[in-house]
Design a protein around this ligand. Structure first.
Ligand code: SF4
Length: 338
């Protein structure tokens, strides 16, 4: 196992060009040390950047084009994280942001994750993807996730605050479907803006050939905060599907239970992923989450509609091993329909 991991690291060093991919001896030692620490981690969100070309009114990350493109995590740091994740048995990562396709090495990171045996997803607004990146997405069979707000461009573009974004996101969804990629779309309900058109929007996305379409309420984080209650008790704003099998890592290497849970920092990647996943801070977070979302303890992970309980957007769980809608941990149920 250790030898195989070292070989993978060596391969990364020799197969990439234009980026300093050298991983020092201490880093390799850190990674191999973690090999003996079995982790239940299955899924990671990797927030490559906080910058976004859009500026959505509800954005939990408060992203905009003026923010720095990169944090303190260099590409070689992300590759080290991917290597560590693979060693720990992580099966899925989702690149997210900000807009992750703005990261200059997004293609390299996707290819690296795939090479390490990790299933890759990307959460994108789809408005900036160039042909070269589409090729990478197709070659690596990347799961694509989009947010979409309305059938009418004028409503969608009010949410993103950028004219023309509706047309570009819709075109990206169509292209992803045509490429045969797994596509999921979340329709986020923005009070007073699109809340009377959600069903029509879902129908329009389904008509484009997307089977995995869901909706979610706007969550009270970042620019989505509309009441003091969300600040006083952020646990109420979570979907309840977080857990110690999932974590989020941001552009500075800081680690959280999920992308929404920035109010609970578990530590930094330098500590080691499995240590953070099973540490005291995560345990306290989960205890509090169980109080706020008792269904976590009583009803298991699967809902009657075959989706994981508490599913929210960004999608809390990968779905690519079971089709059409249910999570890989959820057995197909007889009332499940495409
Ligand atoms: S919600 Fe997504 S697309 Fe909109 S500003 Fe935030 S990161 Fe960008």
């Amino acid at each position: 196992m250790l030898l195989r991991n070292r070989q993978k690291i060596a391969n990364l060093h020799t197969q990439t060009q234009g980026v300093d991919m050298r991983v020092d001896a201490n880093a390799i030692q850190d990674i191999t040390d973690l090999d003996t620490n079995h982790s239940k981690l299955t899924f990671l969100w990797l927030e490559l950047t906080r910058q976004c070309n859009l500026e959505c009114t509800h954005c939990y990350e408060e992203s905009d084009p003026r923010l720095p493109l990169l944090g303190s995590m260099a590409t070689k740091d992300w590759i080290r994280v991917l290597t560590e994740a693979a060693n720990l048995g992580v099966e899925f990562v989702d690149f997210i942001g900000g807009e992750p396709t703005l990261h200059p090495d997004i293609g390299l990171l996707i290819a690296t994750a795939t090479e390490l045996g990790i299933n890759v997803g990307i959460y994108t607004n789809g408005t900036t993807i160039k042909n070269e990146l589409w090729n990478v997405l197709a070659q690596n069979n990347v799961r694509m996730a989009f947010s979409y707000y309305a059938t009418k461009a004028e409503i969608h573009d009010v949410v993103t605050t950028r004219q023309g974004s509706h047309q570009k996101t819709r075109a990206a969804i169509i292209r992803a479907v045509e490429l045969g990629l797994q596509v999921r779309v979340g329709v986020i309900e923005i009070p007073g803006v699109n809340d009377d058109t959600i069903e029509a929007t879902i129908a329009q996305i389904r008509a484009l050939g997307v089977k995995n379409v869901g909706s979610d309420r706007m969550r009270g984080f970042g620019r989505g905060v509309v009441s003091l209650d969300a600040i006083r008790d952020p646990f109420k704003e979570l979907c309840g599907a977080c857990g110690n099998t999932k974590m989020a890592i941001d552009y500075n290497g800081d680690v959280y239970p999920c992308v929404f849970s920035k109010f609970t920092q578990l530590g930094n990647v330098n500590t080691g992923l499995s240590i953070l996943a099973e540490g005291a801070t995560m345990q306290r977070f989960l205890e509090r989450l169980n109080v706020e979302h008792p269904e976590r303890a009583t009803d298991g992970e699967c809902g009657p509609d075959c989706r994981p309980r508490g599913s929210c957007r960004p999608d809390c769980s990968p779905t690519d091993k079971c089709q059409p809608y249910y999570d890989r941990r959820c057995e197909p149920q007889k009332d499940c329909s495409p």
